[in-house]
Unconditional design. Structure first.
Ligand code: ISE
Length: 335
């Protein structure tokens, strides 16, 4: 069977990372086309990969006869049109979050995909492929905690780009805990509230950081998340689930613990999400490639998962502005 020919749309940090991953570590696939709105950037990247071309128009890249599947790592606002093109040309697509940037277009994508009768879209919530999250899920599903009741999460970034505003803490960062909640608890989120503590004096002016999100699931489970994206320290993502018969925690970064003179001990913390979740991205992309090659097309979070996360984050941004508990309204799920 010949290699899956992938078009990578978006040559920014994540796009370039995926190109390197597919080229060096993923079996059964190669990058045949690269696209970016900065044409030169795409050309430079394409030149570094044997048999790869830069295509200036993203929709032409999707339609290209030398493209079997698409990896979308373009900015969120571009996803809508690019996903519709993938559906039109029946090309399986792995779409980095968000599915789209607003609920109406996300639902439209879910419906258009459903009309085709077979799934084509997988959404890049990579934490589902991380060994620690997988172990936590297996522990919960195996009944190790009894009924899971409460989840406490910490999501800290050392820094964010200057363009990062308060709503992006919800849409870009919290979105991962939104998906983790739905993944671990297997149910939808019913409401969200966001508390605004005194801002970090070292955060850029106007950025509400930290934020504390409080979510309630449909069955009444409680989830709280400390989001703090300007810690200046390292990348810290911890998740603790408390159940009727105990609790379980992941993300302690307890790798190698060293001692050294004069009487100190310690280890290291991943500097950023690419290092912390490198294994998860590799597993995610390999499993997606295998699923597409076998004709299943999706082996992970679906378009519905992307839509549900967008709906929760949209309610989250309203909660951030108002301070209220905002209910999450989801469309009826057909099929
Ligand atoms: C970024 O976009 C990510 O997806 C990271 O996983 C997250 O930790 C970070 O806060 C986001 O900005």
């Amino acid at each position: 069977m010949s290699d899956l020919r992938i078009a990578v749309l978006g040559a920014g940090v994540m796009g370039a990372d995926h190109v390197a991953r597919i080229t060096a570590r993923i079996s059964g696939a190669r990058v045949s086309v690269v696209n970016d709105y900065l044409t030169e950037k795409a050309q430079q990247l394409a030149a570094s990969i044997p048999g790869c071309r830069a295509v200036a128009d993203p929709l032409e890249a999707v339609a290209d006869v030398q493209v079997d599947a698409v990896l979308l790592a373009s900015p969120g606002p571009a996803h809508d049109k690019q996903l519709l093109a993938c559906l039109e040309h029946r090309k399986p697509v792995l779409c980095e979050k968000p599915l789209t940037t607003d609920v109406a277009s996300a639902l439209e994508i879910v419906r258009r995909e459903a009309e085709l009768g077979a799934p084509l879209i997988q959404v890049g919530f990579m934490r589902r492929f991380d060994h620690e999250y997988a172990a936590l899920k297996a522990h919960i599903d195996g009944g190790g905690l009894g009924q899971p009741l409460v989840m406490h999460c910490v999501h800290r970034n050392p820094a964010v780009p200057p363009s990062f505003d308060s709503s992006m803490v919800v849409r870009d960062s919290l979105v991962h805990e939104v998906d983790v909640t739905r993944f671990l608890f297997g149910e939808e989120i019913a409401s969200i509230q966001i508390v605004r503590p005194s801002p970090n004096p070292l955060a850029p002016q106007g950025l509400q950081d930290p934020q504390i999100a409080i979510m309630k699931t449909v069955s009444g489970r409680h989830v709280d998340v400390e989001l703090f994206v300007t810690t200046g320290v390292a990348y810290e993502v911890r998740t603790e689930v408390v159940g009727e018969r105990g609790s379980a925690m992941i993300g302690l970064d307890v790798g190698l613990v060293r001692t050294s003179a004069p009487g100190t001990w310690g280890g290291t913390i991943a500097p950023g999400f690419r290092e912390r979740f490198g294994q998860a991205y590799d597993t995610e992309v390999q499993r997606w490639v295998d699923a597409v090659r076998s004709g299943v097309n999706v082996d992970g979070p679906t378009a519905w998962d992307g839509y549900a996360a967008t709906a929760v984050c949209e309610a989250g941004v309203r909660a951030l502005d108002s301070g209220d508990v905002v209910p999450v309204e989801l469309a009826r799920r057909d099929g």
